[in-house]
Design a protein around this ligand. Structure first.
Ligand SMILES: C[S@@+](CC[C@H](N)C(=O)[O-])C[C@H]1O[C@@H](n2cnc3c(N)ncnc32)[C@H](O)[C@@H]1O
Length: 308
């Protein structure tokens, strides 16, 4: 796989080792179908200036907004994954900060950003607090630039716990009650975070699991689309983009993380990416009759997979 430094529409992968604003400035107007990113939270991580605070966070986002708005296609999506900024005893939800900046800066433009979902990403492990409840979730803010053009729900359905459930009353009494392809994953996603034992773990201290961008990419774009991650870290968004047959452009300031990204993207292009399968964390009781996949559902899923 060839990694291009200079963007062209025909590139499969364009990577910039430097400030994302430089990559954004090189992208053509309305060229990006989907942005997925997790920016620095300004909480003193290894890759952050320790003096950065919540005002730095606001300024970084305000500074890139014009370019971000310009490069996204009308109808395209912007997914911002954030947690909390914590200083002293105070917890600031960064999704609220993002919401204010993105909606206020776009409201007078031709295509104002519209918030479509605020997804709760919940996970089982993290720091144990002693003076407040331990944090076990972050959020993903999904905006569209103007009107939404795409939502491929059937491509991101997840297995029902009990697919064999049947309606017990009404005109459909006795019939299977669920969708053969699975259920809507809802706006609460339980996906393990990338800790030491996770198959995707690299040297980067704050990776998100590939399953997050993978779901978003499948739901919000078609094959061949351009996916952008301006703060790509270890390249998880890029790995998901290549697995799903999309193009990718990403920027990373720190050379060692950039190198990790380049390596992971190469592996992904050769079908060798190490990725945890997006499967439910808790297995249902397999002995229950309703836990067995009905034959009708199995056939419908096979037919859907053949189509896509
Ligand atoms: C929260 S991490 C992203 C992690 C990523 N989602 C992953 O799965 O690996 C944010 C990254 O943004 C990088 N970064 C910070 N400021 C940047 C800038 N102005 N341009 C490009 N990258 C930047 C940091 O070095 C860090 O690796």
């Amino acid at each position: 796989m060839r990694v291009f430094k200079k963007y062209k529409d025909t590139n499969k992968v364009t990577l910039h080792n430097g400030d994302c604003i430089k990559l954004l400035r090189k992208l053509p107007d309305a060229s990006v179908d989907l942005v997925i990113t997790s920016p620095p939270y300004c909480i003193g991580k290894a890759y952050e200036d320790p003096h950065n605070d919540i005002e730095t966070f606001k300024k970084q986002h305000t500074d890139i907004f014009d370019e971000l708005y310009r490069v996204v296609k009308p109808g395209g999506s912007i997914c911002w994954q954030v947690g909390y900024h914590i200083s002293d005893r105070c917890v600031i939800p960064l999704d609220c900060v993002i919401y204010d900046i993105f909606t206020s800066l776009s409201e007078k433009r031709e295509y104002p950003f519209v918030l479509r979902n605020r997804i709760i990403w919940t996970f089982g492990h993290g720091l144990n607090s002693t003076k407040r409840f331990s944090g076990r979730h972050e959020t993903i803010m999904w905006f569209t630039k103007g009107e939404q053009t795409m939502f491929n729900l059937d491509d991101v359905r997840i297995p029902q716990k009990y697919p064999g459930k049947r309606s017990y009353k009404g005109p459909n009494k006795g019939k299977l009650s669920g969708n053969p392809l699975g259920k809507n994953p809802s706006d609460v996603w339980e996906i393990p975070n990338v800790k030491a034992q996770h198959i995707e773990k690299t040297e980067h201290p704050c990776q998100f699991p590939v399953a997050i961008p993978q779901r978003l990419i499948k739901a919000l774009t078609e094959p061949g689309a351009l996916v952008l991650d301006p703060f790509m870290g270890s390249g998880s968004t890029g790995v998901a983009a290549l697995i799903e047959g999309r193009r990718f452009a990403g920027a990373e300031l720190v050379k060692s993380y950039y190198d990790i990204s380049a390596g992971r993207l190469k592996d992904a292009s050769e079908g060798k990416a190490k990725v945890r399968e997006d499967k439910p964390v808790i297995e249902p009781n397999q002995n229950a009759a309703v836990a067995k996949l009905p034959e009708e559902f199995r056939l419908a899923r096979e037919a859907h997979n053949e189509e896509t």
